[in-house]
Design a protein around this ligand. Structure first.
Ligand code: SF4
Ligand code: SF4
Length: 344
């Protein structure tokens, strides 16, 4: 499937996406729900994670992608912007760097960035789609990642082939299993080596994720039984009504019902733990956002003087109000959803 951008689809525009969400007749507003939960305005807690979106380039074009990533995207973070991120890391005591994309490994400076973060003794997370580890130039990445003690958070829609290939494309499942086997051979996911391997699943369709704990037990059993594959934890993410998933919701006639379902399932306990409170997201061009979803909707941080990583000012950012909109119902529905899985 080509990206929205390459098809000239109106939903490639963030403004059109927000307009589409705003035209829906929702019974409640996100701000209203936050007020009821005594969380309005939403404020940051301690900044623990600097999430770097190093580009929209990806070797896949998954149906649900909230980034509209794909092989035809050319937006990638430059070495200069990465250097600004490293300076920000040094100025603030942020323990974790979470590298995402697209497929972050396709950024030509990915390995350099990982090494620089590790040299500063930061915990590094790579959000990996698994199949990139099976492509020619990147076959040695598992060894590089293990040598640098990088935590891997790997997306896999389902432990069965059909569900995965339906969402990500034919052949993706077999390549993903092959990559997982190679990671296991290096000690990833064995629970002893310290090489943490997390799998991330999201529902195929307009559904909320099932209970994460019971899903994890089922996935561990099935991947071990079918393929001898092990992993440490499973995160269940809600599909966000953004970009290609928004397009799918619209075209399949599921949009209004899905948004109503998310809003009706607002959970104050999940809202208290949303990832924008302890994470700052950096776009490929250095713009700062409250989260990766706001990034895709081009909603930068409200703190105007610190909107680019070159002006990073942790004190001012700590005082900001987080920018929220209707898509935020995706983070607070049911057990909640964040880059670290369910919240409540
Ligand atoms: S969901 Fe992930 S792997 Fe799929 S196209 Fe988007 S960035 Fe690439
Ligand atoms: S979408 Fe972003 S800003 Fe909104 S609640 Fe989720 S993490 Fe926070």
């Amino acid at each position: 499937m080509p990206t929205l951008a390459s098809r000239g689809e109106p939903l490639a525009s963030a403004r059109e996406q927000l307009g589409t969400l705003h035209r829906l007749p929702l019974a409640t507003g996100f701000e209203t729900e936050l007020e009821g939960a005594k969380l309005w305005p939403l404020r940051p807690t301690r900044l623990e994670i600097l999430q770097l979106n190093v580009g929209k380039l990806c070797n896949q074009t998954c149906r649900h992608c909230h980034v509209d990533a794909g092989p035809d995207r050319r937006e990638v973070m430059s070495r200069e912007t990465m250097e600004l991120c490293l300076s920000a890391l040094e100025r603030a005591d942020i323990p974790t760097v979470d590298i995402t994309g697209g497929a972050p490994e396709l950024n030509p400076n990915f390995r350099w960035l990982v090494e620089q973060c590790r040299a500063r003794d930061r915990h590094v997370i790579d959000r990996c789609n698994l199949t990139v580890l099976e492509t020619g130039a990147h076959r040695d990445l598992p060894e590089f990642l293990a040598d640098n003690r990088v935590e891997l958070v790997c997306s896999l829609p389902h432990y069965r082939k059909l569900g995965t290939d339906r969402q990500r494309g034919s052949g993706v499942y077999d390549k993903s299993i092959s990559a997982l086997r190679r990671l296991n051979a290096l000690g990833y996911g064995d629970g002893k080596s310290g090489l943490r391997l997390v799998l991330v699943t999201n529902p195929v369709g307009a559904l909320l994720p099932q209970c994460q704990a019971s899903l994890e037990a089922e996935w561990k059993r099935e991947l071990e039984r079918q393929h001898g594959v092990q992993f440490d934890a499973l995160y269940g993410l809600t599909n966000m009504p953004i970009s290609r998933f928004l397009e799918w919701l619209r075209d399949s006639g599921n949009l209004e019902e899905y948004m109503a379902r998310l809003a009706a399932a607002f959970n104050p306990a999940a809202a208290a733990g949303v990832m924008c409170r302890n994470t700052l997201s950096v776009g490929w061009d250095g713009t700062l956002f409250d989260c990766d979803f706001n990034q895709m909707l081009e909603l930068p941080v409200a703190e105007a003087t610190s909107r680019h990583i070159r002006n990073f000012d942790p004190e001012r950012l700590r005082e900001r109000d987080i920018v929220v909109d209707r898509h935020c119902f995706g983070c607070t529905a049911g057990a909640g959803s964040s880059c670290g899985g369910s919240l409540a």
